[in-house]
Design a protein around this ligand. Structure first.
Ligand code: ASP
Ligand code: CP
Length: 311
């Protein structure tokens, strides 16, 4: 039983071990009965205290594909509405005996706190503007798949937009650097994070200056729900300076790919329909969420040696 909290704790060796499991998980998903017994008898509880579509559904699909039972907690219909604290909620769910707790919360650090209150393995499904490690793992897998390379050394990734409020950017920068990629963060200065000099990346305020040198153009959503004090950029101005449009698509390198973690603010990050753009791998990111999260659950609960026999 091992927690999956942040990329720093996971480290390069374990990240590579998780990524190495993904092709086996994808093979399971391609079977006529896409289900194996690897986690039979285990229970995975979903504790999402902030909204989610992709992460929640893909963790659920991943747990079921490994034959784990699932428990889904819905904050709006729970006793939290009667004032029950997060700690009491975690201890109550833990008393029901889950083996893993998948946690999303709007406040940075909550999964670490939850780990102190439960015997279960805690998997971070996104905490505040801090970390989203399973997104970074599925993105690394998607980049390797799309660029048809195991090594990311020499691969140039431009992460564009609201870096300051983005847990996706923080986890991706950590993992991509561990895997050998070079990263440039492109944002207007209010959306660059404080202390970016210590991140080991380049920073730019001009997408036009960097776009022609990228292998991966990674667009981020402007996370209005986390922007306080009138610091939100004007959508039109943002789209003009940092949005993807047809002119910028034409400046992409041959073979370059376009990514976005979703959800997309239409017309802001891109005026081009990302579901139809040939360079876009946004659909692959979503689809890869399931085998990558299968690998994460397996690593957390059973280890790489678990069998892949049909149920
Ligand atoms: N879905 C991602 C997250 O939860 C990215 C986003 O919301 O913009 O961090
Ligand atoms: N990418 C991502 O985390 O999406 P959701 O917020 O829909 O889970």
């Amino acid at each position: 039983m091992r927690h999956v909290l942040g990329i720093g704790e996971i480290g390069l060796e374990r990240a590579e071990a998780i990524l190495a499991l993904v092709p086996r998980m994808a093979e399971v998903r391609s079977r006529s009965v896409p289900k194996v017994a690897a986690l039979r008898g285990r229970t995975v509880a979903m504790l999402f205290l902030e909204d989610s579509t992709r992460t929640r559904l893909s963790f659920d699909a991943a747990a079921r594909a490994l034959s784990a039972d699932t428990m889904t907690f819905t904050a709006s219909t729970s006793s939290m509405k009667k004032g029950e604290s997060l700690r009491d909620t975690v201890e109550t769910i833990s008393a029901l005996g889950p083996n893993a707790l998948v946690v999303r919360h709007r406040t940075s650090g909550v999964p670490w706190q939850v780990a102190a209150w439960t015997e279960a393995a805690v998997v971070n499904a996104g905490d505040g503007a801090h970390e989203h490690p399973t997104q970074a793992l599925l993105d690394a897998h998607t980049i390797r798949e799309a660029l048809a390379t195991e090594s990311l050394s020499g691969v140039r990734v431009g992460i564009v937009g609201d870096i300051r409020h983005s847990r996706v950017a923080r986890s991706n920068v950590r993992l991509l650097r561990m895997l050998g990629a070079s990263v440039v963060l492109v944002a207007p200065s209010p959306l660059q994070p404080p202390g970016v000099e210590g991140w080991g990346v380049d920073a730019s305020s001009s997408l036009d200056d960097v776009i022609g040198g990228l292998d991966v153009l990674y667009l981020l959503r402007v996370q209005a729900e986390r922007i306080t004090g009138g610091a939100a950029p004007d959508a039109g101005e943002y789209a003009r300076r940092f949005g993807l449009d047809h002119a910028r698509v034409r400046r992409l390198r041959p073979g370059a790919i376009v990514m976005h973690p979703g959800p997309v603010n239409p017309g802001v990050e891109s005026s081009v329909d990302l579901s139809r753009l040939p360079q876009s791998v946004v659909g692959r990111q979503v689809a890869n969420g399931v085998p990558v999260r299968m690998a994460v659950l397996l690593d957390a609960l059973a280890g790489a040696g678990a069998g892949m026999e049909e149920e």
